[in-house]
Structures are given as structure tokens and as C-alpha cells.
Ligand binder design. Sequence first.
Ligand code: NAD
Length: 504
Amino acid sequence: MTVTDQTSRPGTPAFDGGFLVSSSPATGEEVGRVPVSDADGVRDAVEKARPAAAWWAALGYAGRRTRLLQWRATITQRLDEITDLMHRENGKPTDDAMLELLITVHHIDWAAKKAAKVLGPRRVASGMLASNIAATLEYAPLGVVGVIGPWNYPVFTPMGSIAYALAAGNAVVFKPSEYTPLVGKWLVDTFAEVVPEHPVLTGVYGGGETGAALTSAGVDKIAFTGSTATAKKIMAAAAATLTPVLIECGGKDPLVVDADADLDAAADAAVWGGLSNGGQTCIGTERVYVHEAVYEPFLAKLTKAAESITPGEAVDAHYGPATMPSQLDVIRRHVDDALARGGKAVVGGSESVSGPFVEPVILTDVPEDAAAVQEETFGPTLTVSKVKDMDEAVERANGTPYGLGAAVFSKRRGVELARRIRSGMTSVNSVLSFAGVASLPFGGVGDSGFGRIHGEDGLREFTRPKAIARQRFGLPMAIYSFTRTDKTNALLVRTMKSLYGRRR
Ligand code: NAD
């Protein structure tokens, strides 16, 4: 088979003789190739993962913790190797890759160390009506979890599911994005070095068909991270087998600046939140709403900061190329439409979206119903809008179908405003900071998805609660029995009225 696909756009994955060929989005140079997994291969991987899951679960929390901490150490020790590969395959600067790895190993560490306490058996109160019952709650692994990942944070993002699913006692079959299969394979290979006995973490490689095959291969849960459009296809396919799904999709995150905000900090955060990683961040800032009292000084600071940011191929550039070349069309459409509808480009413009690198674009006066305000752009662009007060800021922040992350800059009202924003996570006086707090759950509402990775909720996401009610002694009267008497019924009615009959 010859190479199929549009190799004219650097970084577009190609399929060649049963191999997925991965290339640099900056130069188009081949980075490496992996064999494509077809539907039989995916089913085989899931079948082999089943006994591996049983073995891994039987290792117990302590045994799994030891292996996961070894993996965390292996990744850390080979930091240069993986950051170099991420730079070549995804295009991001090596320092950004390092930052991604730092929060990733922090999450592996947290999940490995907390799983026993969060998921292990614990006694819960049995209540007045069941005082003869010892009630125990524990969280059992699901079995084999299928993880389908995107390319923008090719280590951090899938690891939010992989590390937590493994710590909870599951085996994982991982389908990395076709744009970053080699980074995915590196993770699978390093895990096999510390867990050589069984295929507890397996990689399957390919495009959407491989992901679709994994969805219907009999896994016990699918953890998907990617676009809302793909999520809908996955949910439809998973419905056929009642396979549960965790859905982590895109966002259109707002950043809100109050009149009393530290404007230097807010401008610095907006630039980082909007432009870092070339804007290819699910929780990246895409919209900024600024109180009219500070709009002009804020915009001046933001513009100055954004003008100093430049993308490039160098390992120390501010950010790299568009990893997925087809996204350039989306970014260009959003910018052109915003300008055609009366928006102004105060930094960059249509010409900034040449590819493979996109220069920063800051837009003002864009109508609220424009694509640049409503749809995920996933590029280094920001829309900035003036609002008369924070009520208007919150209303407009909540005015898209998405609800993933958000940021609020305010000295007095930060937490109050954070609560009012419809999102899974909101940072106050910082941006993206929740992603590095391992104990906080991460996930969205609306078109951003449902279910949670990270934190205690992220561990429980990959388990089923198991409730055990053990009778410690028999009661003098039968209740849950056909031998229950009228006298007992009368006693139960009196008890019910005395316990629950009062209005307060
Ligand atoms: P995508 O939806 O195109 O692809 C994601 C994965 O799904 C890939 O591995 C792909 O091969 C696979 N896939 C495609 N079709 C499939 C099908 N029919 N069945 C099963 N799998 C299929 O998304 P992408 O472009 O790789 O990623 C970017 C998106 O991911 C953005 O929207 C971004 O916001 C989102 N994202 C979300 C989070 C989060 O945690 N919420 C994190 C990172 C990225």
C-alpha cells in the first residue's frame, strides 16, 4: 500500500502498508511509524487485557502503588527523551512539554497514593431503621477501560484517565490520537518496563476506525477525550452495548476581569491562557470580558504582552505549529467572519493564520453570536469584550453551549463570581491552575461533556460502588418477612410518625 493522505500539509497522519506514519507538524519530516490496529487486533487486545486486569486487581492497592510510582520515576528520569519526542511529533516547545510532564507525574503520584483511602472498604452509618446491620462501602474496579485520547496534550490528557483507571485496579487499552501515536506508544512501552508480567496497559494505534473498534470491543467503560462531534458518535456506538462513557470535550473558556482586578496579572494570564500551546488547549482562554472601568488599560497591557509572543519550530519558541493542520481552516474562518461582522483585530489579523504557525490574534468588538465567540477556535486567538458590570460578564461567560473551565480576576468578588460561572472548573486570580491540583476533579458540563478525571471523583469514575449490608444480629420482630405481624406494622407506623412526621 502506498502512502494515502494529504502529505502536502505537514503533520497530517498517513497510512502506509499497514502502518500509521507520524510526521512533524512543523517540517513534515517523518518521526516514526506504528502498526495500525484493525478491529480484530483491537478485540484481541481487549481479550488479552481481561486476565491482565484480574492479575492487576489482585496486586492490591499497595502492589499497584509500587508499580505506578516506579512508572512515575521512569517517566521523570527519561524526561529529555519524552520531551524531545513530544517536540518532534506534536510540535510544542520542549519547556512546555516539560511542564506537561511535571503535572502528569504529579497526578500519577496522587492517584497511586490516594487510591486505597478513597476506594478501599469503609464502614458507613447504617441508620436507625437498620441498627442491626453493618454497612460497608467499597469501590471495585470495572475491568478493562478503553481510553481514547487527543493530540494537544498527548501525555497529560489521556493520563487523567489512564493513571486513575490503573490506580483503581483496571487494565487499560489506550488508543492515542493518530497525530501523536509515538508519544502514546512511549507511555505504553515505559509502563511495560515496570509491569512486564501482563499487558495491563496496551496500545492500539490508528485513526477514528481504531477508536470506533475499541468502543465496541466489549470494554467495561470508554474514557474519551476529544471533540464534541466525535463524542456523540462514541455515545451512539456505546449505547448498543450499554457501555458507560466518560466524555471530556472541548471548551470556549471565558476569562472575566472585574474593575478591582490586578490588571497586570489578568493580562499576563489572558496571554498565557489564550496563546500558550498555540491556543490548542481544551481549557484555554478564548473569550475575555472586561469591566468598562478598566477595559482600556487592560486592553493596552494585553496587546503589548501579546505582541511579544512568537511561534516557531525552535525548542524554545513561545509555542509551536498547529499540530492538526486542518484546524487552520477553522481558525481562519473564525477570524475572517469576526472581521467581516465588524470586529477589529488589535493584534494580528487574517494574515496571521498562514500555517503551520499561527501568529497571535486579538479581536475586539466581535458580535456575541459570531463563531469566534460561540465555537471552539483552538488557535492562538482571543476575543475581548467590554461589559458594564460583572452581572453582564457572567451572563455572557455563560452564553455558549460549552462549560469546561473559566477564570475570574477580582480582588473582592472572585469566589462569588466563580460560583456563578457555568463550568466544571474556575480559577480565581490565575488561569488553568486547577489542572495542576490533583485533588480537584476535572471535567465539563453541556457540550464540554460529563464525568470527571482527577481527584477522588476521578478515581471513583473508574469503579463501581459495592454496597455490603451484613446483619449482625436478628431483631426481636420480623420486618422484611411475610411473618411480619399487625403489631409490628403498628409499631412501624408509630416510629415513622415520630421520626418523620414533623415539618421541621
Ligand atoms: P477528535 O474528536 O478528532 O479525536 C479524538 C480521538 O477520537 C482520536 O484519538 C481519534 O482518532 C478518535 N476518534 C475519531 N473518530 C472516532 C470514532 N468514530 N470512534 C471512536 N474514536 C474516534 O479530537 P482531537 O482533534 O484529537 O482533539 C481536540 C479536541 O479535544 C478539542 O475539542 C479539545 O478541546 C478536546 N480536548 C478536551 C480535553 C478535556 O479534558 N476536556 C482535553 C484535551 C482536548
